[in-house]
Design a protein around this ligand. Structure first.
Ligand code: MG
Ligand code: MG
Length: 250
């Protein structure tokens, strides 16, 4: 069942989203090649979230041990922060969830560390744009498949592949709710989007094959072929005035 949210509930999710946006800006800005470990970045994120009055959604979720999921280069999602120190040329995905007064928001962004390769920059740009193509379809009366199809089409036209094994999701008083929001699919299929539907749209885009695998830590998902992956995610409310992004800075 899809739980529709009223205006005040969406506003609370937006406050959770603002905490995420601030955390994203500050943690990405503090990332220094040769200095910052993934554990440092996670600790920094947790400090900001708590100082803003939020609770990290991910910590303890099904036993996840950290406030942030951090994925480097071939990392796709659900990366457990390690002692790895980021290096010039890495691409690093920061993925944060925050609870504010019982309401969740969730967002991810891939950042380059220092100078990155042209292929990495293009992959990031295509992934980010595919997110916005999907958000553009998050309109009353459309169906989830319209979002899925827009994301997939944009990614594949640009020569990359969409991860199939992991998908976006509804969000609200739970981090993950119905509906599932796949990044691949057919237009005019799937649940109808109504005013008050709140979803995370989160394309995970691979440079090579769409295939992924989970490491021995049972969490960190990486590309099977070891090629790069990027991930951009916003929490979005479907409203009668169009899609409202809840995880933006302003
Ligand atoms: Mg998510
Ligand atoms: Mg996320």
């Amino acid at each position: 069942m899809i739980h529709l949210k009223n205006g005040s509930e969406i506003a609370k999710m937006g406050l959770a989203g603002k905490i995420i946006a601030k955390t994203m800006r500050e943690v990405s800005g503090a990332m220094v090649a040769g200095k910052s470990s993934l554990k440092d970045l996670d600790a920094h994120a947790e400090r900001i979230i708590l100082a803003e009055g939020g609770i990290p959604s991910f910590k303890g979720y099904k036993g996840f041990p950290a406030a942030a999921c951090i994925a480097v280069n071939e990392g796709v999602v659900h990366g457990i922060p390690t002692d790895y120190v980021v290096q010039e040329g890495d691409i690093v995905t920061l993925d944060f969830g925050v609870i504010w007064q019982g309401w969740h928001a969730d967002s991810a962004w891939t950042f380059g560390v220092g100078e990155i390769g042209e292929n990495a920059r293009r992959l990031m740009n295509v992934t980010k744009e595919s997110l916005y193509q999907g958000i553009g379809k998050a309109r009353v009366g459309n169906r989830v498949g319209d979002i899925s199809h827009a994301v997939q089409g944009y990614v594949e036209r640009n020569g990359y592949s969409i991860v199939r094994d992991l998908v976006g999701h509804g969000i609200g008083q739970n981090l993950h709710e119905e509906p599932s929001v796949p990044n691949f699919g057919k237009p005019k299929k799937g649940p109808v989007l109504r005013a008050g539907t709140t979803i995370c749209i989160e394309p995970m885009v691979n440079e090579g094959s769409h295939r992924v695998m989970t490491l021995d830590d049972d969490w960190t998902v990486v590309t099977q072929d070891g090629k790069l992956s990027a991930h951009f995610e916003h929490t979005v409310a479907v409203t009668s005035d169009g899609p409202l992004i809840l995880t933006m800075d302003e």
